[in-house]
Ligand binder design. Sequence first.
Ligand SMILES: [Zn+2]
Length: 55
Amino acid sequence: MHVPEIQRKIDELKQDLLFWENYLKDLQQNCQHTFEGETLYRKCLHCEKIEVLYY
Ligand SMILES: [Zn+2]
């Protein structure tokens, strides 16, 4: 593989990453969270968003 190809591939993957990060953010923002308790953090059953708990 030549360098320009590799750079193009990296750029593509960055775009993909950005897309999926935004997708996940949207999904977690619009979720009606149902958190399942843990000792130090709890996780939403639907979107897997994690909330850290401080005691
Ligand atoms: Zn959720």
